[in-house]
Design a protein. Sequence first.
Lengths: 233, 293
Amino acid sequence: MLEVKGLVAGYGGGEVLHGIDLVVNEREGVIVLGPNGHGKTTLLRTITGLLPPRAGKVLLDGKEITRWRADSIAAAGLVHIPQGDLLFPEMTVTENLLMGAYHGPTWAERNARLDRVYELFPWLKERRGQLARTLSGGERRMLALGRGLMSKARLLLIDEPSLGLAPLITQQIYASIHKVKESGMSLLIADENANHVAGLADRVYLLETGSLVREGPANDLLRDKALLESYLG
Amino acid sequence: MSTQFVQALWGGILFGSVYGLMALGLTLVWGAVRLLNLAHGAIFVVGSYVAYWVVSSLNLPILVALPIGVLAAAAFAYLMHLIFIRPVIGKPGFDNSTLIATVGVSIAVSAAAILIFNPEYKVIPPVIGGNFTVSEVQITKQGLLVIGTSLALFGLVYLFLTYTRLGMAIRAVSQQQEAASLMAIPVVRTYGMVIAISGALAGLAGVLLSPFFFLNPNSGFNPMIQALIVTIFGGLGSVRGALVAGFVLGIFESFIEVYYGVAWAQPGVFLLIILMLILRPNGLFGIGEVRRL
């Protein structure tokens, strides 16, 4: 479904990604594992059009989307749940979620999706009238996830789902991503903790200093403790 | 009630609503686009002259000229966006180049008005004529219309921003632009819409106000300066601030004028603003950079 070929990207004078080749198939859970500062966020930002690539291609169902604007890429079904959540601080929880369904649906459909997301995150429902800036870190992450699920996403790209969260909330977040995966969603998750993503991953890429150095089925790679330790420390 | 008091109150409410109407457009554009639109007065003039032309050359009634003037102002604002604003969005130097471009547009509009028409004062007929007196003060029906329209528009803009998909998208873009684009919201197109809406508001203010001031190539300048003051007083980017500040400043100015003389009105207003900015540097309802529309 998603195909990335020879992607090169960076900021200013520096190059961060040096030619990335990556594939995500329909209904597949793909994890990009790598330590902080090795280009995971840059990779997701480049795929979803927030950062223009310097070279390479991004294809969705064989169709090139490389230099599309971020909003067109999102409308095509590549939905990015960014690092730092990037909520709309002065909007309520419900309003934030509704913005996730900006593109496409009727109001009836929008409200139906809202009910589904509230079913997945009952916690958010209790806080539906609260402004996003008043939420705790865990609630914010749930809202960012829920907002992404409001769209008609074909592939969710999630940047470090557990960043900055307490262990208990981390568990809940991954459990809800698991439910999303079971519903048939394709996932591309950037993470630095192999244990978190074990249940979600079908295939794993290892990212080191801007290059994908290993690729393989999750069952093989994630069991190879020695290998993981040498990469992730 | 004394004649003086009624006069001051009527003048204050009338001008307050006018300031508010102009400030509403300015504050929307600032809140969403971060653009200080110094061509707002020029857009006011465009709307007024188009309405004047429809009335005087096409001999159509003012009720037909009003929507045409409003649409022309919106179209003009959108055109300005396409030519001068859109090319520099997201580029370094956006603030400086748009500031200079909007001043340039103002100068061009007043020059064009002189060339196409002439520098003489024009009269646009009121939408509703007639008046009545309260405690010997003349209350014009047009004045009541201006007040009513202004309040209604504040209500409409509030409802629009709160409950409609596009209105919510405007708030989203103003609060977290990157996330808005990840939600498939076309950010630049949304900017264009905000600028066109703001232009329509300026045009409407122009057509409704010209019966009070007469129309001339620079008649948008003073209302724009007043609107800027109101916007800063109320908090740049705050819709509620524009409404409250419009009335506070309008009424304050009017009372000083009536009780202490015209000469004290402007200094009085500025003194009030300076005091308020010392107490609340972001304005009455401004909450700094993060909180916008």
